[in-house]
Design a protein around this ligand. Structure first.
Ligand code: C2E
Ligand code: CA
Ligand code: CA
Length: 387
């Protein structure tokens, strides 16, 4: 974790560097923010010539490629630069600065950060996000969050073995809103734990109607995992709904495992001690880190659909998938393959020895009534044959 003093030192050193670099030039620069642990340095750059501004942004970005000296030693920062171009006849400093900051945010979302030029759609996206954030309180009051459920299948027999709860928001004005939009909003307003509890309680209540051998998987974000009261909340919920711990799995995405690892392993172990299974989600989305497999005693690894897709298109990736599956199996951990969309994929996965999967081939997320319809329309199937 980056100490506050190091953060301040980077900010001060970066400000000096930028001041020096832009001294006497016509550019106006603004050190927007430094996102603590991520060492993201935002620079909003304002100019009235797009090309000149982009060139300056590139030069500043090159300056930060090397680690630089601060009072706390040599440090590196990821630089995100937002560029806003202003027309001198329409000079509104506050608005221009806001535009540049929106461009910085956009640059932060890019994989390699770097430089973003402000475009009006960034403001529209920001305004939509603000509308979502500001309607969260009313959504809790009106009880607008519900879980949908995606069934998980035995790839060979087609039998449903469990369900994954996926949160949905039925917004009174905007209709159904995807979790991709509201989970991060709930995190930024501090509502994520309340949301998580509501989804968990509702899902456990529904699970009571399904056979005892069926499991329920719920997703948790990093901030939920890092919340001290999580194990207690999970236990309370199990007691209140009468669900046994072995029926519950919590999922954490591999994409969230970059910092606070010791604390994460501690909390996850505590959860396992309560008899709840712990699953590593989205494994192989980018660079599957083998150390994540060894540093914690996972009960389950969920292989991301993109890993499978890559394996279908490239022999080296296919070998990597096979080696990964063997490694996980040899470690005694079970696997679930996500995003199974075609019969060909299902057949090839069965051939590779994969047991469990979920995806549109079988079913997307369903509301509970539709899940029950699916469940009762699928008596124990005979083993499916690969062709
Ligand atoms: P996830 O946990 O990886 O969930 C799988 C996502 O893939 C779901 O999107 C699901 O609808 C979608 N999906 C299912 N089958 C297929 C398929 O065959 N192909 C493709 N391309 N996609 C498929 P959804 O429901 O939009 O959820 C997005 C993400 O939001 C989830 O990704 C999860 O990380 C997060 N999320 C959902 N519900 C919750 C929640 O209650 N709490 C938290 N903290 N996060 C949640
Ligand atoms: Ca998941
Ligand atoms: Ca996933």
């Amino acid at each position: 974790m980056v100490e506050k003093s190091a953060e301040d030192a980077i900010q001060a050193a970066a400000a000096d560097l930028l001041r020096h670099y832009t001294l006497g030039s016509e550019f106006e620069t603004y050190l927007a923010h430094l996102k603590g642990n991520d060492l993201v340095l935002g620079v909003a750059l304002i100019e009235n010539h797009e090309q000149a501004a982009l060139e300056t942004a590139k030069q500043i970005s090159d300056l930060f490629r090397q680690p630089f000296l601060t009072a706390s030693g040599s440090l590196g920062a990821n630089l995100a630069i937002g560029v806003a171009v202003a027309d001198p006849s329409d000079w509104n400093p506050e608005l221009i600065l806001e535009n540049a900051e929106l461009a910085v945010e956009d640059a932060c979302e890019k994989e390699l950060r770097q430089i973003s030029l402000f475009v009006p759609s960034m403001r529209a996206k920001y305004e939509h996000r603000e509308r979502i954030r500001s309607s969260l309180t009313a959504a809790f009051e009106n009880d607008e969050f519900v879980p949908h459920f995606q069934p998980q299948f035995n790839l060979k027999t087609g039998k449903i073995i469990g369900i994954e709860a996926l949160a949905r928001w039925k917004h009174s004005r905007f209709g159904w809103i995807s979790p991709a939009e509201f989970i991060s909003a709930a995190e930024s307003t501090g509502d994520i734990n309340r949301l998580g509890r509501s989804i968990l309680e509702k899902s456990c209540m529904q699970l009571r109607r399904l056979p005892d051998e069926m499991t329920l998987s719920v997703n948790l974000t990093l901030s939920q995992i890092l919340d001290e009261s999580l194990p207690e909340m999970l236990l309370e919920c199990l007691t209140d709904t009468g669900i046994k711990g072995y029926r519950l799995k919590i999922e954490i995405s591999e994409t969230q495992l970059s910092k606070n690892l010791d604390k994460i392993w501690r909390v996850l172990s505590e959860i396992q001690e309560c008899g709840i299974a712990v699953s590593l989600d989205d494994f192989g989305t980018k660079f599957a880190a083998l150390r994540h497999l060894t540093e914690f005693d996972w009960d389950e690894i969920k292989i991301d659909g993109s890993f499978v897709d890559r394996a279908f298109n490239n022999e080296k990736h296919a070998e990597m998938l096979l080696a990964t599956l063997n490694l996980i199996a040899n470690m005694g951990i079970s696997t679930v393959i996500e995003g199974v969309e075609t019969v060909e994929q299902r057949d090839a996965l069965v051939e590779l020895g994969c047991g469990l999967g979920q995806g549109y081939l079988f079913s997307g997320p369903l509301d509970f009534d539709d899940l029950m319809t699916l469940f009762f329309s699928r008596p124990q199937l005979e083993e499916l044959v690969s062709v």
